[in-house]
Write a protein that binds this ligand. Sequence first.
Ligand code: ZN
Length: 339
Amino acid sequence: MRALGSRNGSGSILAGLIAFGLCVSLACLSPLPGPFLEAGPDGPAAVSQEAAATQSPTQLPTEPAVQPTAWPTTQPTMQPSEAPAAPTTGTAWDAIGEDRSLERPEVTRPDPEPSPSDPPAAPADGLSLLKPRRPVDPDQPMIALTFDDGPSARLTGRLLDILGRNGAAATFFVLGCQARYSPDLLRRMVEEGHEIGNHTFGHDRLSRLSDAGIRETVERTQVLVEAATGIRPVLLRSPYGIRIDRAAALVGMPMIHWCVDPRDWEDRNAGRVVRHILEKARDGSIVILHDTRASTIDAAERVIPALMERGYQLVTISELYAARGRSLVPGTAYFNAYP
Ligand SMILES: [Zn+2]
């Protein structure tokens, strides 16, 4: 009996290992991993102990009333081009196990990840992200809408249509694992005056990565975006909103958090998201949304013209800080640009 039990035990362990291996393989091979549900995610509930230890109460990304930061005065952060490192593999996927069932790809591209030798498809002045693409009146109120976790082959195009119709701009914090399948959407974002930021390759919890792991997950996405657009992102957003200034310093980027979070990942209620934004957003707010949700796109359809009717300019993060005369400094966390 003991021997049988032992064999059964070994069998169970073996089966477990095989199942785990399959999960990892499927996650890494999935052509378009679905949305990284931010259930708790890019929200304060998921702030790690490390993050909590470094966050003062007023710095939690939960719509703080006032951000007491003294704005730094050093020059901005754009590093137009160091030679990108070759994409590497093996980034930890700690999002494994999260529900990715809601979004399924329409387009599958077998091996779209560009190699560093591929010429950028849309060469651009690397500094252009810091120059307003549209007239931004620094004396008029402005809000920065940000969209995380995309681009979504299914949804982001519709969002770009909405932004374009309204003459609005936004910032997209893209995941490398999504972006590699939609270089066309990345190009469209840049061509239409939006900004692309880096949200890591695989929605990685930066607090769990080594320094090398942090550099790798960020650099993989930098390489992908630069190959598609000719522009290296200058902004980083930490998955799950974990504040880890060390990571931002390591990769030489400012960490962009937010001050208005309608928690659009929580339900599919576009009306609630619209009401939340209209109630909470004010001059200088940074709003976090996700272009991986159809309900969020529905909300954008309504809230973008509504904000503009209220006199807000909808601008990118770089435009917002430039208009306020504030620099974005590597290794520093930003939550809003209130006047
Ligand atoms: Zn995210």
